[in-house]
Design a protein around this ligand. Structure first.
Ligand SMILES: [Zn+2]
Length: 320
């Protein structure tokens, strides 16, 4: 599928490209049902005007957006939540209990992100991070369900990428909005783009600091137990070959763990492990017949390989 700024995926679902860093890297989703709407993930705050433009284009009144549902508090998913909530007078902000307080008081999020990007870099890349009134935040429990004009959106706890992560099950599309719990799959590695024999290619997201491979395996089993027909990934878009991708994701999680144990205690662990991850994906793609050079693979996953390496080393040191 060719994605644009807004891509209609059927079942009242629109994929919104948040344009973070580049096109095709991060998405959020609009679900419309009988004149009402929900947003799943928000992108960073710089994306808010784009989301509001889509609502206007579709004739959805701001007051008819019932829910804003960031799958977890990482900034590419929840950074724009405060901003959006100011624009949407009736919306409730649906949060994992471990994330809710960071939306009411984002000072810890801001401090953490400032440490990584610097104050100026944070503002440039992610815009401003605003607080949401605590009384507009609903802290979920596993299995909670929210009605969007009668269309049930079921929330499940999905640890593995982060402990503050949930996913949203939509029975109408038989799809999961997976946030980061079904890995990353960019269109550049699709069969149609690079000649691979596999429709989509997918890599894990072992971002710091709560990566947990065992919990993640259980989460994948839980997701698959619903017999989904499609997954809506934040990075990036809809995938429908879910059975084979779930096996691929588990295999890669296992390989990530093995590589981390092999390289993680070396003096230059970061360099070795990052190189090994890059090699793993380069070899994988070559085996599938993808016409991508090592440099292209590195370019596609530049940010991800760095974050994945950091997350794996943190896991080895603190939790493995
Ligand atoms: Zn993400």
């Amino acid at each position: 599928m060719q994605y644009q700024e807004f891509t209609d995926l059927g079942h009242g679902i629109t994929c919104i490209d948040t344009m973070q860093h580049r096109a095709g890297l991060a998405a959020c989703y609009l679900i419309e049902h009988q004149g009402h709407a929900a947003l799943i993930d928000t992108g960073h705050s710089l994306c808010t005007p784009r989301i509001l433009a889509l609502l206007e284009q579709k004739g959805i009144a701001l007051k008819d957006v019932d829910y804003v549902m960031p799958t977890h508090v990482h900034l590419d998913h929840a950074g724009g939540a405060g901003n959006l909530m100011q624009a949407l007078p009736n919306a409730k902000l649906i949060m994992h209990p471990r994330g809710a307080r960071h939306m009411a008081d984002p000072s810890k999020l801001i401090a953490g992100a400032t440490a990584v990007y610097g104050a100026e870099g944070l503002k440039q890349q992610f815009g401003e991070i605003l607080a949401t009134d605590a009384e507009r935040i609903i802290s979920i429990e596993d299995g909670d369900s929210f009605s969007l004009a009668g269309r049930q959106l079921e929330i499940r706890d999905t640890p593995g990428h982060a402990k503050h992560h949930y996913a949203v099950w939509d029975a109408v599309s038989r799809g999961w909005f997976t946030g980061d719990t079904f890995g990353i799959s960019y269109r550049e590695t699709d069969a149609t783009a690079c000649g691979s024999t596999q429709q989509h290619y997918l890599i894990p997201t072992s971002t710091p600091v709560q990566f947990d491979p065992e919990a993640w395996n259980n989460t994948i089993d839980m997701l698959m137990s619903y017999k989904p027909e499609r997954m809506f990934l934040t990075h990036f878009g809809m995938v429908e070959d879910v059975a084979s991708l779930s096996i691929e994701l588990k295999r890669k999680l296992h390989e990530y763990v093995l590589l981390t144990r092999r390289h993680g205690l070396a003096e230059n662990a970061h360099t070795l492990l990052k190189g090994a991850l890059k090699q793993l994906h380069t070899d994988d793609l070559a085996r599938l017949g993808a016409q991508l050079s090592a440099e292209q693979v590195e370019q596609i996953y530049a940010v991800d390989l760095e974050l994945n390496t950091q997350g794996l080393l943190f896991w080895l040191e603190h939790a493995a």
